[in-house]
Design a protein around this ligand. Structure first.
Ligand code: FAD
Ligand code: UDP
Length: 375
């Protein structure tokens, strides 16, 4: 084998394919019993396509990422929509990102676009500099909207106040003055027509790639090879020698609703201020599948010390970033080990960003290999 790849998510699988096509022999291991990492999907017992580790909606502005993945799947156009219910006792739901409809229906107004812009200008609390997620939200929509839609959700999701998180977290959610109620604004928004797992099966089907699932890195660490690409948590690789990098975990509560054709009008409904879960996603919206029943998942945030907790989110703030930098310095001193992906680079990456990073790494490695042929 030339390269050992630890992790069969987007980071590992895309790198494996590129190296294999460049003529390398690649072994991919994953400790889970399946490929596709957190994007793994499957039919549940009722036959509905569900995402095991929470809803994964593909969106990108990158023509090259979309084009590259299109070699392994056809697509179903899908624009994700989200409603938020700030007070579950009324059940009233409002579009998120906040847009003209949100403002008008929440406050009983009838503003046009310019009116919404003026409204936001009046209620916003200008902040300078903008560092934290609290700065981002107060600066764009002010206190009342912050308390209704952001503070409680963030506390639940991260176990932290908005002021304890880097601005980039809340900045994922734009504010709009028009009626656009799509969750994402990207140029390409689509779901793999036969699901992510099928996409990964095609991606990994190459004579130079061997995949072993249910295999921990430790079990193959001693195998002879020229290099390693590690896509698990970087602090774990280094035995947590500087202390554990904080990650946030989730528990996924899946449920099939026999006899309910549609539970909610959109793919995801957020509950910022009530319940243990942050959001409920109904999968048939994402897949377009026809079925007499419906399957949903509730995401319940938890700490890493919960039994069986897995790391899902790096927690972006200056202290954690500083700790990551210490691990990154170790990584940079390696000559035969490369760290890639959401856990290994401790970055709040979306899928398309991981694919772009994997393509870049693989091209760098194959260029290096061509420059230094094997002895
Ligand atoms: P992963 O998919 O986590 O893959 C890493 C793999 O490495 C895992 O399968 C793990 O089992 C394996 N591994 C780790 N350590 C070891 C070890 N020691 N030995 C063997 N194997 C190991 N992105 C979007 O673009 N759109 C979305 O809608 C979206 N929704 C999301 C919702 C949730 C709840 C979560 C958690 C993430 C979401 N993402 C979304 C982000 C997306 O999941 C990631 O960007 C992407 O999956 C990261 O790929 P990766 O390969 O870096 O990591
Ligand atoms: N957020 C919020 N209220 C919402 C939705 C999002 O406060 O109704 C904040 C929260 O801090 C969340 C972040 O915005 O973690 C990013 O949301 P996104 O939906 O992008 O998170 P992900 O899908 O990655 O979990």
């Amino acid at each position: 084998m030339d390269t050992l790849i630890v992790g069969a998510g987007f980071a590992g699988a895309v790198t494996a394919r590129e190296l294999a096509e460049a003529g390398e022999r690649v072994l991919v291991v994953d400790k889970r019993p399946h490929v596709a990492g957190n994007a793994y999907d499957r039919l549940d017992a009722a036959g509905v396509l569900v995402h095991e580790y929470g809803p994964h909606i593909f969106h990108t502005n990158s023509e090259s990422v979309f084009g590259w993945l299109s070699r392994f799947t056809t697509w179903r156009p899908y624009e994700h929509r989200v409603l938020a219910v700030p007070d579950a006792s009324t059940g009233r739901a409002y579009p998120l990102p906040i847009n003209r409809t949100t403002i008008n229906s929440l406050y009983g107004l009838d503003l046009d676009e310019a009116g919404v812009a003026a409204f936001l200008e009046r209620v916003r609390e200008p902040r300078e500099p903008i560092r934290t997620s609290e700065d981002v939200v107060l600066n764009s929509v002010g206190r009342d909207l912050c308390e209704r839609f952001f503070r409680g959700y963030t506390r639940k999701q991260w176990g932290l106040d908005l002021s304890e998180l880097a601005g980039g977290v809340a900045a994922r959610i734009p504010t709009r003055t028009n009626d656009d109620d799509r969750y994402f604004s990207d140029r390409y928004q689509a779901m793999p027509a036969e699901g992510y797992t099928r996409l990964f099966e095609r991606l990994l089907a190459h004579p130079n790639i061997e995949v072993r699932t249910g295999v921990e890195y430790a079990a193959v660490a001693g195998l002879d090879r020229r290099r390693t690409v590690f896509t698990g948590p970087i602090d774990e690789f280094y035995g947590r020698r500087f202390g554990a990098l904080p990650y946030r975990s989730l528990r996924f509560e899946h449920e099939h609703l026999a006899g309910t054709t549609q539970l909610q009008p959109v793919g995801t409904v957020n509950y910022p201020n009530d319940h243990a879960w942050t959001r409920i996603t109904e999968f048939k919206h994402l897949s377009g599948q026809q079925h007499a029943g419906s399957s949903v998942v509730r995401e319940i945030p938890q700490d890493m010390d919960a039994p069986g907790a897995e790391p899902y989110y790096p927690i972006p703030n200056p202290a954690n970033e500083a700790l990551y930098k210490r691990y990154e310095a170790l990584a940079e001193a390696e000559t035969e080990v490369f760290f890639l992906g959401r856990l290994a680079q401790y970055r709040y990456y979306n899928m398309d960003q991981v694919v772009a990073a994997a393509l870049a790494l693989a091209r760098r490695l194959t260029a290096q290999r061509r420059a230094q042929p094997a002895p």
